[in-house]
Design a protein around this ligand. Sequence first.
Ligand code: SAM
Length: 284
Amino acid sequence: MPTLKSSVTISDGHIARKRFGQNFLHDPRVIARIIQAIDPKPGDRIVEIGPGQAALTAPLIAKAGHIHAIEIDRDLAARLRKRFTASELAITEQDVLRTSFSALADQLGGPLRIVGNLPYNISSPILFHLLDSAEQVVDQHLMLQKEVVDRLVAGHGSKIYGRLSVMLQARYQMARCLTVPPGAFMPAPKVDSAVIRMVPLPVTAVKVCDWPIFAAVVALAFTQRRKMLRKSLAAYAAMLDWDALDIARTQRAEELSVDHFVGLANAVASLPLERRQGVEPRFS
Ligand code: SAM
């Protein structure tokens, strides 16, 4: 398996493209465990992000009969079209960040099950992009860097609790399914990986009133995570009833629970428009 200078590896005649985060799964035991965690059933509307060389695609099709996939790499998409029939696999040749999952759910006639061994270079933007369509999703099983999964499930008070934890815990119930060592991939990444299961909370359990404001408040609070919240949110400090929000004078972003963040952002959202200037929506 020759490795070229720009760290691309030739695998099965395909040149793994680093810019597309191509680390292909090849360990059959790991693949079997991921499929077991997903538990695909005939009739599921499965959408795979980045099918690559079909390590997950083939067993998903074997169990579900038909799946939909989004692949940016034209060469891989062409190979997949040769290998599977149109009734087994529908491929959208597109950047996942430009894909409307809500439109796809409408097209496929109901909520989606999202699956993917994600390109690690854009995994956070993909997670934030998927947030927009959470109402049209049954569940998401995603392979990410282990470090990202650790951050996603971290609780307040932990050193790795941050923007990603708060934003995603406000919308999904999340659990780690398995950790995966670098040797399960070709080429092997430099880091450990993990699969996470994300199930959107029922709409009635989602308490965020205004997502752009929530995103902005969380981003602002974690820009200086060690700073006291009343200082990092100084522009609003005087206008908010911090006691009613149950937030102590000295509390820092990393100490605040997700529910407290939601309460805080909802309070900012309820301020008159001109008084919350400077809270810029942020999603990437
Ligand atoms: N699913 C395969 C596996 O497990 O072996 C491949 C996983 S590989 C880590 C990531 C896959 O996502 C590659 O097939 C890559 O071409 C594709 N990809 C990268 N960026 C993408 C993007 N922006 N939109 C859609 N697919 C993308």
